[in-house]
Design a protein around this ligand. Structure first.
Ligand SMILES: [Zn+2]
Length: 211
């Protein structure tokens, strides 16, 4: 149904859809009214950028699009290799110390190095797992902490700037930091380092921005 207001008597006229683009006489006063064409927008809604990219639509209920965590190995490949090699050397020391008489000190030293190396990796892993960036079709949320959690968020419609920072070595390893600021408040509200493929992440968020 199409509803128009008569130009002359200003009464509401209810017409069939097929009357769009024609002229009709008002049943009340007889005045000829032009019925507007059915608009293209009403007929077929504009395709959604996100849907076109195979992601959840911008409209509709909130859905998680991506959950991202900082990289551990890629972020610091040299430190990671160093700690891993130290642990292996420590374990080799334990085996050699135990299999050779009079080398108990080597086994103790090796065991100590291996335990410290494991502790370092475990704390590092906990830190990595405690940070996350959750992108939904409405917002981007930064989460921090394991036991005590805090989060901050930016609504995609309010994003003013997405900043990506990569050092030379971060570019080589394909990681970087991403900072998102909104038009609502000053400064960067979301900042997460050591994310894999920061450019790709920005493209996903851009799909949900009114650009
Ligand atoms: Zn009329």
């Amino acid at each position: 149904m199409i509803t128009i207001i008569c130009d002359n008597c200003e009464r509401e006229l209810e017409l069939e859809d097929k009357a769009a683009g024609t002229k009709v006489a008002c049943p009340h006063c007889g005045d000829i009214n032009r019925v507007p064409e059915a608009s293209a927008e009403a007929a077929a809604p504009a395709p959604d950028k996100a849907t076109a990219a195979g992601l959840p639509a911008d409209s509709g209920p909130e859905q998680t699009v991506r959950t991202l965590r900082p990289c551990m190995v890629r972020a610091r490949p040299l430190s990671f290799s160093g700690v891993a090699l130290g642990m292996i050397a420590g374990l080799v020391g334990v085996v050699m110390g135990l299999s050779t008489e009079g080398r108990t000190w080597l086994a103790i030293l090796g065991g100590f190095v291996a335990v410290v190396g494991f502790g370092v990796l475990f704390v590092w892993w906990l830190k990595t797992m405690s940070a996350a960036l959750v992108i939904t079709n409405k917002r981007t949320i930064q989460k921090k902490g394991i036991l005590a959690r805090s989060s901050s968020e930016v609504v995609h419609d309010n994003i003013r700037n997405i900043q990506i920072d990569q050092t030379f070595w971060q570019r080589v390893w394909g990681v970087g930091s991403i900072g998102i600021s909104s038009s609502g408040q000053d400064g960067i509200e979301i900042q997460l380092n050591d994310l894999k493929g920061p450019g790709e992440i920005r493209k996903v968020i851009d799909l949900y921005r009114p650009l």
